[in-house]
Design a protein around this ligand. Structure first.
Ligand code: ADP
Ligand code: MG
Length: 245
């Protein structure tokens, strides 16, 4: 693990009705670490991400960020959501706001940042994701890959301690996938702590410190990419890899 623990789950369980979607999950993500989560559809990957951001509650176990339990509600919860940014498959940008306004929105509304300061920071972030020249456009005028890069800039605008990505390239046309992965690789190199649910095995191999394989609500393997891809231990992982590689 690189550095100390930033995200820590211990004995986490969750059901949807009778469906046991997270089973005794233990997971530690170190500061500056990149953990790629893979596994079949329905194995609980999105629920895991949502639990870390407390978009879902869990029934048992503990989830800590930076050594502190996740807050239950109120301002502390809003603060947590700012500290752990989330990037989804669908970009969820505000259609009637410009790219710049989308990136400035949360810092101004939640952090009460001054508009000119928020705008300056937003332009820097847009530059970082290669979109400085698109600041005054509306989301619909951008490609899917560009919109997803705006969504990443928007998450970065809150200076998060960690970023969660839930299949960030799954909705993109193939030719746009790389530009998004390249931005993510750069964030990883710059030391951002990241949990990334993805089917992009090239990204997992090149950017991940660890690969977590989930099946049926459980973490079945948690190993380095070299170990995982060259010699998966479980039959389920072997079977999964044989289908997607
Ligand atoms: P993954 O992201 O790995 O595809 P999910 O975490 O989305 O898996 O879902 C895990 C299981 O929980 C699936 O069987 C899914 O159908 C179910 N599920 C997810 N969200 C809900 C919900 N809000 N209500 C009921 N069942 C859900
Ligand atoms: Mg999912």
């Amino acid at each position: 693990m690189a550095g100390d623990a930033l995200i820590e789950l211990r004995g986490v369980n969750k059901h949807y009705g009778k469906l046991h979607v997270l089973r005794d999950i233990d997971l530690t993500v170190g500061r500056g670490e990149v953990v790629v989560v893979i596994g079949p559809s329905g194995s609980g990957k999105s629920t895991l991400c949502r639990a870390i951001n407390r978009l879902e509650t869990v029934e048992s176990g503990s989830i800590k960020l930076d050594g502190r339990p996740l807050p239950e509600e109120g301002r502390a919860l809003a603060q947590l959501r700012a500290e752990v940014g989330m990037v989804f498959q669908s970009f969820n940008l505000f259609a009637h706001k410009t790219v710049l306004a989308n990136v400035m929105l949360a810092p101004v509304k939640v952090r009460k940042q001054k508009k000119d300061e928020a705008a300056r920071h937003a332009r820097e972030l847009l530059d970082r994701v290669g979109l400085a020249s698109q600041a005054d456009k509306y989301p619909a005028q951008l490609s899917g890959g560009q919109q997803q890069r705006v969504a990443i800039a928007r998450a970065l605008a809150m200076d998060p301690k960690a970023l969660l990505f839930d299949e960030p390239t799954s909705a993109l046309d193939p030719e746009m996938i790389n530009e998004v992965l390249e931005v993510m690789r750069r964030l990883a190199r710059d030391g951002m702590t990241m949990v990334v649910v993805t089917h992009e095995m090239g990204f997992a191999r090149s950017a991940a410190n660890r690969v977590v394989f989930m099946d049926d609500g459980r973490i079945v393997e948690d190993r380095t990419p070299e170990e995982f891809f060259t010699a998966p231990r479980s039959e389920r992982a072997k079977d999964f890899l044989s289908k997607i590689l």
